[in-house]
Design a binder for this molecule. Sequence first.
Ligand code: GLU
Length: 412
Amino acid sequence: MNTPFNNYLTNLEKAAKILNLSEKETAALREPNKVIEKKISVALDSGEQKEFNAYRVQFNNARGPYKGGIRFHPAADISEVKALAALMAVKCATVNIPFGGGKGGVQCNPKELSAGELEKVARAWARAMADDIGVDKDIPAPDVYTTPEIMAYILDEYEKIKGRSEPGLITGKPIDLGGSLGRGTATAQGAVYVLEELIKMLGKEQGQLTVAIQGFGNAGYFAANILHNLGYKIVAVSDSKGGIYNATGLNPVEIMKIKEEQGSVTNAAGAQIITNEEILTCDCDILIPAALDNQIREDNTAAVKAGIILEISNGPTTPAADKILREKGVVVVPDVLANAGGVTVSYFEWVQNRMGYYWTEEEVFAKLKPIMVKAFQDIWRFAEEKKIALRDAAFILAVERIVKAMRLRGRV
Ligand code: GLU
């Protein structure tokens, strides 16, 4: 079965084999250290009391405190959150920042909840998890459909319970509560740093390359914007309601205006309407999945036309699709590298909170770029040397680092 967690296990087993890990070492990475699954109850505006499933999965903390976002989504079940927590451990090790991996979630549809109800859900999540999270223990952040405002409610609730200020508890906060400059665009900016290095390696001309982006949330929108400003041609974008394609190019700022005013990118005039499935196989040089997992699968991969896939979302490509893409000669920049700019600036936010001293946006990006570039170059060279895919190279380098830390702690 193509569950996100099974996909993680397939990638783990491949890395474990090449690294010659013992059974005990591999087993330690097959299951999370701790799974917290609770029911939270919230009074809706209608007066009805509603229960939601709330999760935090603490996957591995050998390299540092658990780190990872919280998503509010109807599909956020325990299998997905477990997979995302595992990917966070691999991601933090890929870019070599001193964190482990965790992930949280609330199974809910935020589009059906009012702002007040969302605040209650966030505060209830914080109360349910207060004893398991903390600046030196487990540091949450935003993910799909969670925002800096939600982070602020979680921080406030947690600090009330603990009776102390602890801004480094959570990252992706509003700037006025200790958030880092640059965090909002960090995922997209990090992905673009990696893409530009890849394009140099491939010896391609950057200007005029065409780009399709599935998902117009925080990461997808900023990626579209940064690439547009660099001279790439954005030919297709989509949101949860569908997508648009225009071979002559789209202006992301104008499309965002339409989405904000009319609810969806599909209301833009002069573009061909396409589905979220069609955007994956549209005519483009670079495909950027920036929505949900399991999008590029065995059944639709043959039709992919892009030569480069830059995974801004977590887990968009299944292992079976990876195999077909490699045979087709498509270069896949894996999520654990491509979207690691977000958690890297979360790390900077945590560092700044602990120092109580804040950096300019220029300083943040000047620190982010070398981390992304080095991670890309290490993975690229290793993949070339071993004649393997970038995902396999990233997993091998990351798993090796995690296992080294587990060995040093005498855990395996
Ligand atoms: N949710 C983001 C991710 O999947 C960011 C996590 C973080 O900043 O801790 O990488």
